[in-house]
Design a protein around this ligand. Structure first.
Ligand code: ADP
Length: 260
């Protein structure tokens, strides 16, 4: 719709803007790093200021990492939505997810029938799945099960999820048997930079990004979680129409066919 178009243009503008800023910051920080190294090289080993300069250097390194992440994120905001079969994307990720989960986490994938198509940037959908999967892995330090599934959303579920009843919906679920979340954590998970992970491990950007990407595709995210009972993320996406028999993934379908 026009609204979605405007929204994605806004995201794209933010992407370009943030990309420019983080690029400039990167250059500044690289300069700082260089001068720190020069200063350190000129100081004697027992110089009392050495520790302070080293601290400045460490902070500049963190700043560089952060601005690299922002740059990567802003590149991803420039979207190329295509009409695709969600099952194809999920199947395509299966091996990667198994590798990501490692030996102690079992992965089960269940593909629903009659899903039709969705309209989304394939790379973004993959990124969302990877963000959810890596959180799931972190939530299962001593092993467990990751369940990935796709399905049509029933009319009853459309009600429970509070979705627009004039549309058809599909769901991609990512469920783990991990530690789960308290309500206090759940309240904040979509806020940028919110993380419960130790310093250096979490950026707090995975879920806000996932939220933005799904939102951009006209979808919604719902979460069920409780401490000790695992977590389920529901990615709810508008169903466009039947899958044309000759459709291959990432092929653009004329708007007429998709009823948009
Ligand atoms: P990060 O993973 O870098 O911390 P995210 O935005 O991806 O950032 O996640 C924010 C927080 O949400 C995590 O730090 C964690 O507390 C919580 N969280 C996300 N996914 C799960 C999950 N599957 N199980 C338990 N907690 C989770």
């Amino acid at each position: 719709s026009e609204d979605q178009l405007r929204q994605s243009q806004k995201m794209e503008a933010i992407g370009t803007f943030a990309g420019g800023i983080s690029h400039d910051f990167s250059n500044l920080l690289t300069g700082m790093l260089g001068y720190c190294d020069l200063a350190l090289a000129m100081m004697s080993a027992d110089d009392p200021v050495r520790r302070d300069v080293s601290e400045i250097r460490a902070l500049a390194v963190r700043g560089t990492d952060l601005s690299k992440q922002i740059l990567a994120v802003s590149r991803k905001l420039v979207v190329q939505p295509t009409v695709l079969d969600p099952n194809t994307v999920i199947m395509g990720l299966d091996r990667l997810l198994r590798r990501l989960m490692g030996e102690h986490i079992e992965v089960s994938t269940t593909l629903g029938g009659d899903l039709g198509t969705i309209r989304i940037d394939a790379a973004q959908l993959e990124q969302v799945m990877l963000n959810l999967a890596s959180n799931a892995r972190d939530a299962m330090p001593s092993g467990g099960t990751l369940r990935v599934s796709t399905a049509r959303v029933s009319e009853a579920e459309v009600q429970t999820f509070g979705l627009d009843a004039h549309r058809e919906w599909i769901v991609i679920r990512v469920a783990d048997s991990g530690v789960g979340m308290t309500d206090a954590v759940l309240e904040h998970i979509f806020e940028p930079f919110f993380t419960t992970k130790e310093r250096g491990k979490g950026t707090g950007l995975g879920l806000p990004l996932a939220y933005g990407m799904i939102d951009q595709a006209g979808g919604e995210i719902r979460v069920n979680s409780a401490p000790g009972h695992g977590t389920t993320f529901h990615l709810l996406l508008p169903r466009l129409g039947e899958l044309p028999t000759d459709l291959t993934v990432e092929e653009e379908v004329p708007e007429v066919l998709t009823g948009q």
